[in-house]
Design a binder for this molecule. Structure first.
Ligand code: HEM
Length: 566
């Protein structure tokens, strides 16, 4: 385990000296579990067939055209279009991001000893062999919540864990939760309404010098994912209380209690990922067919789980198109009458440790999250309102991305005014995704469709309803389409943007179910229950809400965590 805190920042472009300065200023706070696991291609044969890749020879031209395509994918106007609303509530966007941070990291950083990266105008795509030999995933590809637990609490003082700071000193089986501020760092009282229950001010990430003390600092990248991580901390602690009360045999000593609580949290999470998250974001019947007919594509390699690059670098980045430029966040920050201000993307990215929790463009730094920014989850979870109200839905999964995703305020050197081309590129998510796919030799959408046995998108479908600008930028890629664009377009034309299409659904569901199914400690392999989908562990074997209800959808989870009124 490294001694220094490892700060996950998308892109890894923080200068070494900046990290060293931060370390000198504050004690280690942001730690991740120190692992390196394998990335590999789900379809190694097509990744090694040049016919299935974008051309590698005239690379400078391809790079230029990918950048044009990236530009054309971004909204032109603000506020965002009124007709880009899916039937998916916005919690699924950030739940999706939370899942990404639990299982995959590092596709956006320099590969060992590599002198080039996507910021160069003339980079050459890496050969698949080089990628799999040198690029390592800095996450365990299992749904074990290492982003929440790190390597666990210190229960034996002789064997301290790296993650000991994540856990409460007086009750080390519980995770620390942060307290909300009532005033900013200059003593200016926080304005706005309190969020019910008003006395509950334990709704922030634990922080040290404003930096979140959690297993993956990417979960403090924006306020919604940070509040989602906070819900996990609270859910774990509520499960500990539940076990103490309902299963005294499992609470006899701290080790037994922690293992039991952690297992329950993981299994509830995994069950919800399969039965709520995947059922919502993938095409209907995808999940059921994998359970009835078995996994067709994801199988461990040499006995090891691996993270498919087609998932991390293309298909699973579908979530970027669901991100909104502004939300109905809570009673203080929304576009409704009487609000203090709108919950714009830039504000949601300002109230994080990366931006001094309210530093520019916010009202001024605070030590922890002010109480007026506690999220009201009821605005994020309801499928009925999602279908009716723009702000209560995720954007459609389609080839249109919100404008602020081309000006990410927490990426690059964080100075939005810096016009240096490298900094501008780092703040532009659509360009980064497309260039990353090229750099890491991700097969085209058409070759993935062929491999999966799914009817390819026609040229007409690839161009359907596109602006003239987008179609012009797409022209060079009509035969060989970057996988990320293809997955978004497939969703748009074949599923109305309300779920992934078939190629996207298959890659995402095969990977996620494949990882859970092949993890011996997952709920699907619980030895106490039969190995049969109807009889494996399920929420009837887990914790219950005070009214006896089971945890079957994400809103039940948030209720049990005490962050959504029951
Ligand atoms: C506000 C929202 C988000 C922002 C600002 C954001 C930003 C980023 C950035 C800057 C990268 C690195 C890009 C590169 O250079 O390769 C990235 C990677 C990624 N993002 Fe997002 N993202 C967001 C939400 C999401 C969501 C909702 C999902 C999925 C549902 C997602 C999935 C991924 C994946 C899979 C990666 C690759 C991770 C790896 O390195 O393995 N992101 N994101």
């Amino acid at each position: 385990m490294q001694n220094l805190p490892f700060e996950f920042s998308h892109g890894g472009y923080i200068k070494e000296s900046t990290v060293q300065q931060k370390i000198a200023l504050q004690p280690p706070t942001t730690e991740a579990i120190d692992v390196e696991t394998d990335f590999d291609y789900l379809f190694p044969d097509i990744a090694r067939d040049s016919n299935s890749l974008l051309p590698a020879d005239n690379n400078q031209d391809v790079i230029k055209k990918l950048k044009e395509l990236g530009d054309a994918i971004i909204d032109r106007q603000s506020p965002e279009p009124e007709d880009d609303n899916s039937t998916i509530p916005p919690v699924y966007t950030y739940w999706g991001q939370f899942i990404d941070h639990d299982i995959t990291a590092n596709t956006d950083r320099a590969v060992t000893d590599l002198q080039t990266d996507i910021t160069k105008d003339d980079f050459t795509p890496l050969s698949p062999d080089f990628v799999t030999d040198n690029l390592k995933n800095l996450r365990r590809p299992t749904f074990d919540l290492d982003s929440v637990y790190g390597d666990g609490p210190t229960l034996d003082p002789k064997n301290p864990t790296e993650a000991k700071d994540f856990y409460q000193e007086d009750d080390p089986v519980k995770l620390k939760v942060g307290q909300n501020a009532k005033q900013n760092a200059n003593g200016v009282p926080t304005l706005g309404a309190k969020i019910p229950p008003e006395s509950d001010l334990s709704r922030d990430l634990p922080r040290n010098n404003r930096i979140a003390v959690i297993g993956d600092s990417r979960n403090d990248e924006n306020l919604i994912v940070a509040q989602f991580h906070t819900a996990f901390l609270r859910f774990h602690n509520a499960v500990v209380d539940w076990v103490r009360q309902n299963e005294p045999n499992n609470a006899q000593d701290n080790k037994k209690l922690f293992v039991r609580a952690q297992t329950l949290v993981r299994w509830h999470y995994q069950w919800l990922v399969v039965n709520d998250f995947l059922q919502t974001v993938t095409a209907s019947k995808t999940v059921d067919s994998i359970f009835s007919d078995g996994l067709k594509f994801y199988h461990p390699r040499n006995g090891n789980l691996f993270m498919p690059l087609e998932f991390s670098v293309a298909a699973y980045r579908f979530g970027h198109s669901m991100v909104r430029a502004a939300y109905d966040y809570n009673r203080n920050f929304t576009n409704q009458p009487g609000a203090l201000a709108d919950a714009t993307f830039n504000l949601l990215f300002a109230f994080t440790g990366r931006r001094d929790i309210g530093g520019p463009p916010g009202p001024g730094p605070s030590e922890t999250l002010p109480f007026n920014w506690i999220i009201e989850w009821d605005r994020f979870v309801d499928k009925e309102s999602a279908a009716k109200r723009q702000r209560n839905s995720a954007r459609k999964i389609d080839t249109h991305l919100a404008l602020p995703l081309s000006e990410l305020i927490n990426e690059g050197n964080k100075d939005p005014k810096d016009q240096d081309p490298i900094q501008k590129l780092l703040r532009h998510l659509a360009k980064r995704n497309l260039l990353r796919g090229y750099f890491l030799s991700i097969p085209t959408g058409q070759s993935l469709a062929d491999k999966l046995g799914i009817k390819k998108l026609t040229v007409e479908e690839l161009k359907q309803d596109n602006s003239p600008e987008l179609n012009q930028a797409l022209e060079p890629f009509l035969e060989k389409t970057p996988a990320w664009y293809y997955v978004l377009k497939e969703s748009e034309v074949r599923a109305k943007g309300d779920s992934l299409g078939e190629v996207g659904s298959r890659i995402v569901a095969e990977t996620i179910i494949g990882l859970i199914k092949n993890d011996p400690s997952s709920y699907l392999n619980d030895s106490e229950h039969e190995d049969d989908r109807d009889h494996v562990w399920n929420p009837s074997n887990g914790v219950k809400l005070p009214n006896g209800s089971e945890i079957r959808v994400i809103s039940d989870f948030l209720k049990f965590a005490g962050v959504l009124p029951a």
